[in-house]
Design a binder for this molecule. Structure first.
Ligand code: HEM
Ligand SMILES: CC(C)=CCC/C(C)=C/CC/C(C)=C/COP(=O)(O)OP(=O)(O)O
Length: 323
């Protein structure tokens, strides 16, 4: 018996007629760390960073305290959406090696508690954003949470290999939320930041799905490598990578990023395409998994560096230094 099935035999989960995951045996006492884990903190830290960049790059000014309130609302809203995702996905999380040790499959937190926690934080974050910052940002935040939970998690994830192409839009909204916190509007420039993350998500996720495809097959989740196979997934990663790099030119073309950003975007983009090309060419054996893992790891660093560059350029322009 594998480690995963061993864990499953301790804490079985099933999905009830109403679609909600049911806990296994007695739920042990959860501690703060378990609730923190429900917020998917590592993923959401980069989400928060992209929102911060949207907020800083946006034209106009916002009081520093309000900026902090807006970012706190985005962090709490993002974490809440992670908790709601874990509530609904508890049955498949229990079957997948990567996710089997999450608080609900381990029996530390009951599904109903995670649902209550996620809903409470979502409502609190959206209401605070609306009352204290503005209702455009609040509406976008609510839409982002709803998109991730309802469109991606509940509707598409178990139905189509295009789940992350469409559902991935949820992860692309946070810079627009940050932007709207300052301007109260949705602008073409903020849509460019959306477009970058939208194009980035398929290579980011499918690289991971390639070396985790056994997990998804066992859980019955129709991710691209399971449904269309590794070769087709690799082809699509390469196509989206090229589209991504083209999309990263938009901030320069639209005039809200300068030559330094452009140069870094080209250099980082060239490396991204090299990583995608290696994944495309190396298709078998351990080397194939290694190339996919490297691509996944680089995807995270890539998005971080690209947004750092936007941030650096704007921060320095405040001081009068032009990059
Ligand atoms: C629907 C779109 C997305 C999907 C399906 C997806 C999927 C995943 C998965 C399955 C992991 C592995 C998580 C784990 O090991 O527990 C991951 C990791 C990660 N994702 Fe995404 N992701 C998406 C969008 C995003 C976005 C928008 C961001 C940030 C802007 C992001 C940032 C990260 C980071 C930073 C990690 C690494 C976390 C770590 O160090 O363990 N992801 N993603
Ligand atoms: C402001 C706000 C609400 C932000 C949310 C941003 C967002 C939707 C980020 C996507 C994060 C993510 C890990 C998706 C994968 O879900 P999954 O269920 O495929 O991953 P899993 O298998 O690790 O649970």
């Amino acid at each position: 018996m594998s480690d995963v099935s061993a864990e499953l035999s301790v804490r079985p989960l099933s999905r009830d007629g109403d679609g909600s995951a049911q806990p296994g045996p007695a739920v042990a006492g959860a501690d703060v760390a378990d609730y923190f884990a429900l917020l998917k903190p590592r993923v959401m830290s980069l989400v928060l960073f992209t929102a911060l960049v949207g907020l800083v790059v946006a034209p106009g000014t916002i009081h520093p305290w309000l900026a902090m309130v807006a970012l706190l609302c985005i962090a709490v809203g993002a974490g809440a959406s992670g908790a709601l995702n874990m509530w609904f996905d508890a049955d498949i999380d229990a079957v997948m090696q990567r996710t089997a040790s999450r608080p609900i499959p381990r029996g530390e937190i009951a599904p109903g508690e995670a649902l209550g926690f996620g809903l409470t934080l979502s409502v609190g974050a959206v209401a605070a954003m609306g009352v204290l910052v503005n209702w455009t940002a609040a509406g976008l935040l609510a839409g982002t949470i709803a998109f991730y939970v309802l469109v991606y998690t509940i509707w598409l994830k178990r139905r189509t290999p295009q789940n992350i192409v469409i559902g991935g839009a949820a992860g692309a909204f946070p810079p627009m939320v940050g932007w709207a916190a300052v301007t109260g509007t949705v602008d073409l420039d903020s849509l460019a930041l959306f477009a970058i993350i939208f194009m980035w998500t398929p290579p980011h996720f499918w690289a991971l799905a390639l070396y985790r495809s056994e997990d998804y097959r066992r859980a019955g989740v129709p991710m691209m490598p399971v449904v269309a196979g590794g070769d087709e997934t690799r082809r699509q990663i390469l196509i989206y990578s090229v589209l991504l790099v083209a999309t990263t030119m938009l901030p320069y073309v639209l005039g809200f990023a300068g030559v330094a950003y452009l140069a870094v975007a080209i250099a980082l983009g060239a490396l991204f395409i090299v990583a995608a090309w290696r994944v495309y060419r190396i298709r078998t054996g351990r080397q194939a998994d290694r190339a996919a893992k490297q691509m996944f790891g680089y995807s995270v660093l890539y998005l971080f560096m690209l947004f750092v560059m936007l941030l650096a350029e704007h921060s320095l322009s405040w001081t009068g230094i032009a990059l």
